[in-house]
Design a protein around this ligand. Structure first.
Ligand code: NAI
Length: 257
């Protein structure tokens, strides 16, 4: 059988660097795509400088890959035109290249910020409507919608992971609810790589006592987070501000025009 080759977009970023070390051995060969150089790579990895905003480059880079872990883009509030081109058009380019090359599976790193305007009382599930807490959240919601379209219309298998707060440990009251530990991040992506689904959306969050997000959708495909931010609670004082997005949801939190 042909050896597998998984492409990781945004491979030089925080999540990409983590997944390369924890999933690299089981995924086989990795093709790292980013606009910045990821530095020296081990023998099973190859890196290419690729700007997701340029369809032709994305299309050429993805020829022959087994599947795609799509992490690349702008990971916070920014000028809306930049969010549209990197996150929305960039995701379209990845999906359209996947369709043209008959790449079966795409795992997309979405964000809890697509639903940051829900109140923090109660639990929400991925079936509820988007309520982005900013323009970044809008770009993630739009990209998730593109994923849904490419799965429904063209049959790609796609998982959208709404990542919480990926940190070594929680450090704010909000993160007692939103924390995604490094090990649970590996588990969340592992489930997306190995699970059986046509399309799924789930929150990639640790099993935090104070979490706001239902774990059911992830459980169905084998994501069983094990860490709990509560263990850090004694060192963290204060209450998270409302809504779920906290400070990200305030009118002042904007880096755009
Ligand atoms: P990061 O900012 O560390 O990594 C993103 C990578 O994408 C960077 O290496 C950057 O150079 C690359 N990139 C940006 N624009 C690009 C373009 N036009 N073409 C090619 N590459 C481009 O972000 P991080 O933390 O690793 O996040 C990865 C993904 O997960 C992002 O899509 C982010 O929105 C999402 N996410 C992350 C969370 C977190 O807590 N770290 C929370 C929720 C979502």
């Amino acid at each position: 059988t042909k050896p597998t080759l998984w492409a990781i977009t945004g491979a030089a970023g925080q999540v990409g660097r983590h997944l390369r070390t924890t999933l690299g051995s089981q995924l086989g060969n990795l093709l790292l795509l980013d606009i910045i150089d990821p530095g020296p790579v081990p023998p099973n990895e190859k890196s290419l400088i690729v700007d997701l905003r340029d369809f032709n480059t994305v299309h050429a880079a993805l020829e022959g890959v087994t599947g795609i872990i799509h992490l690349g883009g702008i990971a916070d509030e920014a000028d809306f035109a930049d969010l549209v081109s990197a996150n929305i058009l960039g995701t379209h380019h990845v999906l359209e290249a996947a369709r043209q090359h008959s790449i079966r599976r795409v795992v997309y790193a979405s964000s809890n910020r697509a639903t940051g305007f829900y109140p923090r009382e109660g639990t929400i599930s991925p079936e509820q409507p988007f309520r982005p807490d900013g323009l970044y959240g809008v770009s993630k919601a739009a990209a998730e919608t593109l994923c849904r379209l490419y799965s429904d219309k063209f049959g790609l298998e796609i998982a959208c992971l709404r990542i919480g707060s990926f940190e070594a440990s929680p450090s704010t009251p909000r993160e007692l609810s939103t924390w995604l530990s490094h090990d649970d991040c590996t588990r969340a992506f592992n489930a997306a790589l190995a699970g059986d689904y046509q399309f799924t959306t789930y929150y990639a969050v640790s099993r935090n006592t104070r979490r706001w997000w239902d774990l059911e959708a992830g459980t169905r495909i084998g994501f069983h987070p094990q860490d709990d931010a509560e263990n850090f609670a004694p060192e963290i004082s204060g209450e998270p501000t409302r809504p779920q997005g906290g400070a990200f949801a305030s009118p002042e939190y904007t880096l755009s025009r």
